[in-house]
Design a protein around this ligand. Structure first.
Ligand SMILES: [Zn+2]
Length: 431
């Protein structure tokens, strides 16, 4: 398929759930999510590919070259953050579909029949915005999250994953294809490639991450009538925690630790009531597990002191701890080689964000590639990548996937890919 066809499809999909400032709003299990899924299924149908939907809403478009052979999976996710960017995830799925079409055309034109089949995948709920945790569909597929438990996860309105998927007609019952390897291409979401003028990042590892679930329990009272000395204002304490989570990064070298509170819910959230309860989620990430652990310990000590000072109760729980993950060396080398063959500038790079490939890398050799993000911004409407970089990435993915269906990387099968054994959650990565 041509470069123009890819760009046309990409920019068409970006109109689904489009927001006023060139972003998209397509949270998992919503009607906008359904529309992109229908589009994906339509693309597959046009190419005569079978579509399967598994029990957690992952969609697979199958190109079966050899009935019974295992599948190389390529893809990413079509869901987005609220007011998110149009490249995050969608680019990888669209590139996967077009790479598959190109590989199929080559085989149909008399090329050698590859030993493995190819499937393009749209993973369910990579973003984890509406339903936590993130990387849900691929983690269930990889056997590191429990399907039944994930189907019971509810959004803030009380709607479960099961109800949301059934509601849009994508709670499937199909058997998922059996994988042999995986490749994903994604925007970098940082500015390293842009800064260095390179087109392709060969991702070699992911950062150590953890979240802190923080519940601040004050006492509900009248914002007018209650004396200041008698107030146990949960929001005041929570606000100090937000700043602590930000400021703790200053204890380490610049960029060694990143950390923010991204979610905060307030009860009862009434203009004339002192807050009774605030629930916050802090997200801490570093390449170094020691740095995350040290930041977490110092936050816990500061929060305990804060609770005492404000005479309120604060519960803090560790969750979603994800160890550094290392992609197989042969996959990193494959990306470097294919990029060089195409005349594209390439470097090794780490990912601070989680991706479906981190979950997949737990079960099969996986390749992760980046293309540049203008200004390094993501999870916002301003997210941008040029058409030229998207097309270069599509060429690189096509070349890598063509090698994978011919059996590349299989010498790594069975190797231990998780370098750190101390993850308390089984999950592969967070987005
Ligand atoms: Zn993504």
């Amino acid at each position: 398929m041509t470069a123009e066809a890819f760009l046309q499809d990409f920019h068409h999909v970006a109109t689904i759930g489009a927001t006023p400032n060139n972003g998209v709003h397509r949270q998992a299990g919503t009607d906008e999510d359904r529309q992109t899924r229908d589009w994906f299924a339509g693309f597959a149908a046009e190419h005569g590919w079978e579509v399967r939907v598994d029990g957690i809403g992952n969609m697979f478009a199958l190109l079966e070259f050899r009935p019974g052979a295992k599948f190389v999976l390529i893809g990413s996710h079509l869901d987005s953050q609220p007011l998110g960017g149009r490249f995050d995830g969608a680019y990888g799925v669209l590139a996967g579909l077009h790479a598959a079409a190109r590989i199929e055309a080559k085989v149909r034109a008399g090329g050698e029949l590859p030993p493995f089949n190819l499937a393009v995948v749209n993973w369910f709920n990579e973003e984890g915005a509406r339903f936590a945790p993130s990387i849900m569909g691929s983690s269930v597929y990889a056997g590191i999250m429990d399907r039944e438990q994930m189907l019971e996860v509810r959004d803030l309105q009380g709607v479960s994953v099961r109800e949301a998927l059934a509601g849009i007609g994508y709670l499937g019952t199909d058997e998922a294809p059996e994988p042999v390897s995986y490749a994903e291409i994604h925007i970098e979401q940082g500015r390293i490639l842009e800064r260095e003028g390179l087109t392709i990042g060969a991702v070699d590892s992911s950062w150590y991450t953890q979240k802190l679930d923080i519940e601040v329990l004050g006492e509900q009272s009248h914002t007018g009538a209650t004396a200041m000395a008698d107030r146990h204002d949960a929001l005041v304490a929570a606000s100090k925690i937000v700043l602590m989570v930000h400021d703790v990064t200053g204890n380490f070298e610049e960029e060694a630790l990143v950390s923010s509170v991204g979610q905060l819910t307030l009860e009862p959230n009434s203009p004339i009531v002192v807050a009774r309860r605030v629930h916050l989620v802090a997200d801490l990430r570093s390449n170094s597990p020691e740095i995350v652990k040290s930041a977490r310990d110092s936050l816990l000590a500061d929060i305990a002191a804060l609770a005492e000072e404000h005479d309120i109760k604060i519960n803090v729980k560790d969750f979603d701890i994800r160890a550094n993950q290392y992609y197989p060396e042969s996959g990193v080398e494959l990306t470097e080689k294919m990029a060089a063959n195409l005349g594209l500038g390439v470097r090794r790079i780490q990912t601070m964000a989680g991706h479906d490939s981190v979950a997949m890398n737990r079960i099969v050799p996986s390749v992760m590639m980046f293309i540049p993000s203008v200004d390094g911004v993501s999870h916002c409407e301003r997210e941008f990548t040029t058409d030229a970089d998207m097309l270069a990435g599509l060429d690189a993915l096509t070349a890598v996937a063509a090698e994978l269906v011919n059996g590349a990387l299989l010498e790594d099968e069975g190797s231990v890919r998780a370098a750190e054994g101390d993850a308390t959650s089984a999950a592969g990565a967070n987005s």
